[in-house]
Design a binder for this molecule. Structure first.
Ligand SMILES: O=C(O)c1cc(=O)[nH]c(=O)n1[C@@H]1O[C@H](COP(=O)(O)O)[C@@H](O)[C@H]1O
Length: 231
């Protein structure tokens, strides 16, 4: 357990790549995120490997399915002993309520934080409108985050660009997890709604999800420490 606000996204294809990086890190400096790519390759054993080393693990599988399936998936994920897990808010209120019920049924001493993705940080307003959503992007984020709170979840994944709006509307205890973090002068990659680490925290983000600016840096440990010194 650490109080670090940085979650390093371990977007690797193989467990060994992730382990090599994490061997150079320290659980007091960061938490870890295992997403679809690494979990599909390495499975629950890798989560256990990192939790045994006292890392908080965010299992980012963004469940989005019928309520019964999501409920069972969330129960199974919570049973892995993760610190945080997520679903897509666009799965709707009944799906998110089922997710929460699934977590409640897990056989664990400490329940994970359950959060919902609002609008992916890779999306811009044009992409959102192309899906038939006519609201503007911040309004869609607010609507999905409001639904998430109504379902009894702990918070949302959003861009830090929407953090101050959500903090005012939903309160300071509603957890805001923000990917799309880019230090000055780093590549945007496929992200569109980007914010620097220090600015994201100023805007009210609770946790920063950071992948490539750390994992693809010439020296990931230096990159992480540089970010920690800036915030
Ligand atoms: O749920 C997430 O973690 C997530 C939601 C979102 O809206 N945008 C987003 O980028 N992510 C994840 O956050 C990480 C961002 O990685 P980088 O763009 O490399 O920093 C990736 O692992 C994404 O899967």
């Amino acid at each position: 357990m650490s109080d670090s606000k940085i979650i390093v996204a371990l977007d690797f294809t193989e467990a060994d790549q992730a382990k090599r990086l994490v061997d150079r890190l320290d659980p007091s400096l960061c938490k870890l995120k295992i997403g679809k790519e690494l979990f599909t390759a390495a499975g629950p054993a890798l989560i256990e490997h990192f939790t045994n080393k006292h890392y908080d693990v965010f299992l980012d599988l963004k469940f989005h399915d019928i309520p019964n399936t999501v409920s069972k998936a969330c129960q199974a994920a919570a049973n892995l002993g993760v610190w945080m897990l997520n679903v897509h808010a666009s799965g709707g209120l009944p799906m998110m309520q089922a997710a929460r019920e699934g977590v409640d049924k897990a056989n664990i001493s400490v329940a994970p934080l359950l959060i919902a993705v609002t609008v992916l940080t890779s999306m811009d307003e044009a992409t959102l409108h192309s899906l038939g959503v006519s609201r503007d992007l911040p309004a869609q984020v607010l609507a999905l985050a409001t639904l998430t709170k109504q379902a009894g979840l702990h918070g949302v994944v959003c861009s830090a660009q929407e953090a101050s709006m959500l903090k005012s509307a939903l309160g300071k205890d509603f957890c805001l997890v923000t990917p799309g973090i880019r230090p000055h002068n780093s590549d945007k990659d496929d992200q569109t709604r980007i914010v620097t680490p220090a600015e994201a925290l100023n805007l009210g983000a609770h946790y920063l999800v950071i992948g490539r600016p750390i994992t693809q840096a010439r020296d990931p440990v230096v990159a992480l420490n540089t970010i920690l010194n800036e915030i």
